[in-house]
Design a protein around this ligand. Structure first.
Ligand code: BDR
Ligand code: CA
Length: 312
């Protein structure tokens, strides 16, 4: 099987960085066309810089990084630096100089790359607020008919929220963008907190990563240790969830997940429940399926995939 063209749109972010490593390490499965970044966990300049740092650790300077939206479409900006550190990459050391970005806005790069391939060819993983994808859909309304499988990290049903009582961070950060994506007819697969909270960096799993001697594994080990420290000190748990890598895991091995057709709407007007995802499984003419909702995961399988990638 030829490697599949892939774009990763992200806001690194500790777990975005792990997702990037997983994809960078698999040229046998992914023809990674570009990485695009968006303001999210930290500001847009910093997420773009972080993607370049992760790219260098992975030894993949062949992959262009395009910076994208600096602000959400309409909502006030939100960040999650409490969870990712002020620089977004936990305690990882930041070099004085980083490799250059590619020229051109991320949203335009998404459009150009998807349109340059046959319909259905380009896969897309979105692991940050969906601002760039929403902008790309506005630039090119025929994009849905050209996109291949899309997997996004966002939303919550059983699990409530992580940035507020009822919202998950990525959807909260740009609820209007998420609704535009849901209305576009793409039918993305949603990796929400219901599954990502099942995929935890337990000490047994981290020991397996610590035992790998590659530069990517050493960086991953530091990043995951930072997340576990935050989990212990801020959340009261012991093992942090690994959100964003679930998107890459689904693209590599969808059989690790159970998904259900769902009609999803995003709360865009209430400040109290901003970004809440109303995930409805009772489908009908008024509530047709506009997404697939991940409802169960083989967490060991996801970690095995991550470990396999870091060993390469
Ligand atoms: C999501 O929010 C971000 O903080 C993480 O990178 C992940 O994409 C989890 O809610
Ligand atoms: Ca993210």
């Amino acid at each position: 099987m030829d490697p599949a063209p892939l774009i990763i749109d992200c806001d690194p972010g500790v777990d975005d960085a792990i997702a990037l490593f997983m994809a960078f390490a698999r040229p046998d499965r992914f023809d990674l066309r570009l990485v695009s970044t968006v303001g999210g966990n930290v500001n847009a300049e910093t997420t773009a810089r972080n993607a370049c740092i992760i790219r260098r650790i992975a030894g993949r300077l062949d992959v262009p990084v395009h910076a994208g939206a600096r602000r959400p479409l309409l909502a006030p900006q939100a960040v999650a630096s409490d969870f990712h550190g002020p620089g977004g990459l936990g305690a990882l050391s930041i070099p004085d100089a980083v490799d250059p970005l590619a020229s051109g806005h991320a949203a335009q790069a998404l459009v150009d790359t998807i349109m340059a391939h046959p319909p259905g060819a380009v896969r897309l993983a979105v692991t940050g607020p969906m601002t760039n994808l929403a902008l790309a859909l506005r630039l090119a309304p025929d994009l849905p008919s050209r996109l291949g499988p899309v997997c996004v990290m966002g939303g919550a049903r059983r699990e409530g929220g992580n940035i507020s009582a009822s919202a998950e961070f990525n959807i909260y950060a740009d609820p209007h963008a998420a609704q535009i994506v849901l209305d576009a007819g793409i039918r993305p697969v949603f990796m929400g907190l219901d599954v990502t909270h099942e995929v935890r960096s337990t000490s047994r799993r981290l020991e397996r990563i610590d035992a790998i001697a590659t530069p990517m594994a050493r960086a991953a080990s530091e990043l995951l240790a930072f997340s576990n420290h935050v989990e212990r000190t801020r959340v009261g748990g012991s093992a942090a969830p690994l959100h964003d890598p679930c998107t890459i895991a689904w693209l590599l091995a969808p059989e690790l997940f159970e998904t259900r057709p769902a009609h999803i709407e995003v709360e865009t007007s209430s400040p109290l429940t901003r970004g809440h995802t109303a995930v409805e499984f009772r489908l009908g003419p008024e509530s047709p399926a506009n997404a697939l909702w991940a409802s169960a995961v083989d967490a060991d399988g996801v970690f095995n995939l991550l470990i396999e990638s870091l060993q390469r």
